[in-house]
Design a protein around this ligand. Structure first.
Ligand code: GLU
Length: 488
């Protein structure tokens, strides 16, 4: 059965060496979407064979971030399937068994060259301006028995792939089309290192085959590795998976997206107050479209129409403005209970107590604020005056809204509100209109002066709704307390 007809089994195969970059997250998203759209399997394989770069904390953060994004794997760490282990470092016996096959068939050989010798070869090649660089195949023809005797005597060796010296290796990339490489430009790459761990190339091919991977969806940076992988599949006599290399994500101003240019990891965006739904939606649309002009979509809506064919081969730029806009849209649609919990946690963190307020009150605050938030982190900041009397007043707003006459305005507002028996948005609105009419003052001036007194800021939701929630007694006392500050 050719790979394209096999049941869909795709993988995300991160190396736990650092944070989960948004590029990696997008690769995981496309794999996840494709598996779900095709009713296939999404598995997570931890590529931890580079022991020098392995980082325990990175592994922990990686699993946390993938779960936070909602990309739960069907098989992988903490949920073993039939083809485990899912950590490459636990599969060394498998690699030892498989490399033996390549040694036996003459497709691999031991190489004893020292690091110094390899450096000398490189330096000489650079000096002579050689077109074909890389390992000079010095050990390629050492007979197997001789090599094994040397190893038995304690010499250290790597195992290299015997790459054909001539010919062309091609493959069809689902996004990029047919790609060909000349074999003479490929190195006799290392398959097993001196520490007995496999290299990425070897482990990746062995595992993709043995773990039943039907499609390899990964970043464009792996495209030049693919001919090496194709040759390895051939040497084993295995059918390669379908390859699909995803376009690079560029920073807004060009170049690679990196921490130096701002937020680049999933964790950064979480801390900045982005919803996971936003990040998944936004990253999915970087290089893919649903076939119509929809932009704000739920994960399920995207899965319903996801196809690999609509991934664009061109590099795409990361537009942070758009991401922010999209976050606002997702916050408007988010579960209000979730937003309330986030807001309460944020308020507690800045030592504003919420325990004396009812759940209904907290939800009412969320309802009032959520359409104005671009970040989750905006919620506790915007909500503070619903839970405590403002301690400071925005300086700019003070200059604009307070001055000669403000005190009289504030007093007249208090007088207009005091008699209200029902203190709700509509009765408050009526009282303000009546006051504007009878006093000849502009509604905007009345609102401006007391909004600042009650909330400490000049912008926010409708004043009538704010006043209703804050409550009559609080509104009146906050205005009264602010009055001495209103005039110079
Ligand atoms: N471990 C590789 C990485 O960190 C995986 C590349 C692949 O998907 O083959 O990106």
């Amino acid at each position: 059965m050719s790979a394209s007809n096999r049941p869909v089994r795709v993988r995300f195969a991160p190396s736990p060496t650092g944070y989960l970059h948004v590029g990696g997250a997008r690769t995981a998203i496309y794999n996840y979407f494709f598996a779900k759209a095709m009713k296939g399997t999404f598995y997570l394989r931890i590529e931890d064979t580079d022991r020098k770069r392995y980082n325990e904390e990175a592994l922990h953060d990686l699993l946390r971030d993938l779960r936070w994004l909602g990309l739960q794997w069907d098989e992988g760490p903490d949920c073993e399937g039939d083809v485990g282990p899912y950590f490459q470092s636990e599969r060394l016996d498998i690699y030892a068994r498989e490399i033996k096959k390549l040694l036996d068939s003459g497709n691999a050989y031991y190489c004893f060259c020292t690091e110094e010798r390899l450096q000398e070869v490189r330096a000489a090649q650079e000096k002579s301006g050689a077109v074909v660089t890389g390992y000079d195949r010095h050990c390629r023809n050492i007979p197997r028995e001789e090599a094994e005797e040397r190893i038995a005597r304690g010499e250290k060796a790597v195992i290299r792939f015997k790459v054909p010296e001539t010919g062309i290796t091609g493959f069809d990339d689902l996004i990029r089309g047919h790609i060909e490489y000349q074999n003479e430009l490929l190195d006799d790459l290392v398959l097993i290192k001196r520490d007995q761990y496999p290299t990425y190339h070897f482990a990746s091919v062995v595992d993709d085959h043995l773990m039943g991977t039907s499609h390899v969806l990964r970043g464009d940076e792996w495209i030049s590795s693919t001919p090496k992988h194709v040759l390895l599949y051939k040497a084993f006599g295995w059918e390669p998976p379908v390859f699909c290399h995803l376009p690079v994500i560029l920073a807004a101003g060009g170049g690679k997206l990196s921490k130096r240019k701002g937020a680049a990891s999933v964790g950064d965006f979480r801390d900045l107050g982005f919803l996971p739904e936003t990040l998944v939606n936004f990253l999915a649309l970087l290089g893919w479209n649903p076939g119509d002009d929809r932009e704000v979509m739920t994960i399920q809506e995207m899965i319903d129409v996801f196809t690999l064919e609509r991934i664009n081969p061109k590099a795409v730029a990361f537009d942070e403005k758009k991401l922010q806009w999209m976050n606002g849209q997702h916050i408007h649609q988010a579960d209000e209970k979730f937003l309330a919990d986030y807001m309460v946690k944020g308020l507690e963190a800045i030592e504003i107590k919420t325990s004396s307020f009812s759940e209904d009150y907290i939800l009412a605050v969320v309802k009032l604020l959520k359409n104005r938030a671009h970040f989750l982190t905006d919620l506790p900041i915007m909500a503070s005056y619903f839970f405590t009397t403002p301690k400071t007043f925005d300086e700019k707003a003070k200059t604009k809204n307070w001055g000669a006459g403000s005190r009289a305005i504030a007093q007249s507002v208090r007088k207009a509100l005091e008699p209200l028996t029902e203190f709700n948005a509509s009765s408050i609105e009526q009282a303000f209109h009546a006051l504007a009419e009878s006093s000849g003052l502009r509604l905007g001036d009345l609102v401006g002066a007391v909004r600042l007194a009650v909330s400490g800021v000049s912008a926010g939701p409708g004043l009538w709704e704010i006043f209703e929630l804050v409550g009559k007694q609080n509104v009146l006392s906050r205005i009264l307390d602010a009055e001495p500050l209103m005039e110079p």
